[in-house]
Ligand binder design. Structure first.
Ligand code: ATP
Length: 365
C-alpha cells in the first residue's frame, strides 16, 4: 500500500476553475472522503489522482513517487465507479479474475486470488453464478472484488453506492468500512453524502467551489468547523447561526445578542468586527426559564428519541434538539442557554471561524 500526496493541485477547464490549489496527504492505509455538493470538484480531483485527467498545475505523489504525468495504467491504482460495468456473459469468478487474466497471471494463481478475494467479501457462495441475475449489493461486491483482486497501491471510489437504494447503502457503508479495516488499503472516496463520509472515513476533505474548506477527522469537522460553509454542510439539522454586528478585540469573552451578554470562547485574532455569527449545534442548546435570551416556539419535529424544536429569536430562527418527552405550545416563550465550550464564532464576510472552544486546532486549508 502507499500514501498519496497532493501539492497545490489545480484544474481549469477553459476559464472555469474546477479545482483550486488543493494540497493534502492521505497516509498509508487511511480512508479519505472527498465530500461536497454536486459540481464542487470532487470527481475532477479523483480523476487527476487516477491519471484520467491532467492537472493544469500542481503535483501528485504516490508512495513518494511523482506520478503527475504518468499514464493511468502506470499508477497501480484501482478505480471503482458508480456505474460499474460487469461482463454479463461471465460468471462472478471470471468477472473478478478478469484483471489478472489480462495481466497474464497463471491460472492457478488467479484461482487462488479470486478465492481469497471472494472470501474477504463473503461472496464465496455466488462464485459460479452469472452476474446478470445478481442483486445490486452483490453486483457492487463483485465490482469491488475486481478492484481488490489486483492488490493495487490504492483505491479510488467515485460514489460507488450512488445507485443503491437506502437500505442497501447502509449495509454497504458498513461492509466497505469493515473491508477497509481488514485490508487497510489507502482509499479516496468521493461522496456528496455526509453520513457516508462520517461513517466510513478516517479523514474528510470538505470541498466547496473547487476549494478544500477543511481537512480533518470526522470529529474535527463536526465539532470544530473552520468555516460557516462546513458548519452548515455537516450536521442534520446543521449548525445554527445567530447573526449580530459587533467589534470584538482579542481576548473578548462575551458578545451581546439582543442586548443579552452571552459567554463565548476567547477571540484569538487581533480584531473581529462587522457582521458576526454565533454558531451552535442543535444538541448544544438547552431550554432554561432563567435565561434572559428568549425566543418563541415556532414548531417541532418529533423524532422518537428526541425532538427538533424551531425557535424564533430576534437573531434568527434556531433549531434545538431536546428531549422528546417535553411538549410545547406554538408561540410559547422559552429561554435559551448555551455552553460556551460548545460555541463557535464566525466572521460572516470571510465565513471563517474567529473563535471556537477548539478553534486553535481547526485547520484552514
Ligand atoms: P458531481 O458529483 O456532480 O460529479 P463533483 O463535485 O464531482 O460533482 P466535478 O465532476 O469534479 O464535480 O466537476 C466540477 C466542475 O467542473 C463542474 O462544474 C463541472 O461542470 C466542471 N467540469 C468537469 N469536467 C469538465 C470538463 N471535461 N469540461 C468542462 N467542465 C468540466
Amino acid at each position: 500500500m502507499a500514501d498519496i500526496r497532493i501539492e497545490n493541485l489545480r484544474k481549469q477547464f477553459g476559464s472555469f476553475v474546477a479545482v483550486e490549489d488543493s494540497s493534502f496527504v492521505v497516509d498509508d492505509g487511511e480512508f479519505l472522503a472527498l465530500l461536497g455538493p454536486s459540481g464542487c470538484g470532487k470527481t475532477t480531483t479523483l480523476r487527476m489522482i487516477a491519471g484520467l485527467e491532467l492537472p493544469t498545475s500542481g503535483r501528485i505523489y504516490l508512495d513518494g513517487e511523482d506520478v503527475t504525468f504518468n499514464r493511468a495504467s502506470a499508477r497501480d491504482i484501482a478505480f471503482v465507479f458508480q456505474l460499474f460495468a460487469l461482463y454479463p456473459h461471465m460468471n462472478v469468478r471470471r468477472n473478478i479474475g478478469f484483471p489478472l487474466l489480462s495481466q497474464g497471471m497463471p491460472k492457478a494463481e488467479i484461482r487462488k486470488r479470486v478465492q481469497e478475494t471472494a472470501h474477504l467479501l463473503q461472496i464465496d457462495h455466488i462464485l459460479n453464478k452469472s452476474v446478470s441475475g445478481l442483486a445490486g449489493g452483490d453486483r457492487q461486491r463483485v465490482a469491488l472484488g475486481r478492484a481488490i483482486v489486483r492488490r493495487p497501491k490504492c483505491f479510488l471510489m467515485d460514489e460507488p453506492l450512488g445507485t443503491l437504494d437506502a437500505e442497501f447503502r447502509e449495509v454497504m457503508v458498513h461492509e466497505l468500512r469493515e473491508l477497509h479495516n481488514r485490508i487497510h488499503a489507502t482509499t479516496v472516496y468521493v461522496t456528496h453524502d455526509q453520513h457516508e463520509a462520517m461513517a466510513m472515513a478516517d479523514k474528510i476533505a470538505v470541498m466547496n467551489h473547487g476549494v478544500i474548506e477543511q481537512f480533518g477527522t470526522p470529529q474535527e469537522i463536526y465539532s470544530k468547523p473552520a468555516t460557516m460553509y462546513v458548519a452548515d454542510f455537516i450536521g442534520s439539522p446543521p449548525m445554527n447561526f445567530m447573526r449580530f454586528t459587533s467589534r470584538l478585540q482579542r481576548g473578548a469573552r462575551f458578545v451581546s445578542l439582543d442586548g443579552v451578554d452571552v459567554a463565548v470562547p476567547e477571540i484569538r485574532q487581533e480584531m473581529a468586527e462587522g457582521e458576526l455569527a454565533l454558531g451552535v449545534r442543535p444538541e448544544h442548546i438547552r431550554f432554561s426559564d432563567a435565561s434572559p435570551l428568549r425566543g418563541a416556539i415556532y414548531g417541532s419535529e418529533y423524532l422518537g428519541t428526541n425532538q427538533v424544536v424551531a425557535v424564533e429569536t430576534s437573531s434568527g430562527m434556531i433549531k434545538a434538539r431536546v428531549p422528546a418527552n417535553r411538549s410545547f405550545r406554538i408561540g410559547e416563550t422559552v429561554g435559551l442557554e448555551f455552553n460556551p465550550a460548545n460555541l463557535a464564532l464566525f466572521d460572516c464576510k470571510s465565513g471563517r471561524a474567529v473563535a471556537s472552544s477548539l478553534y486553535s486546532e481547526a485547520k484552514h486549508v
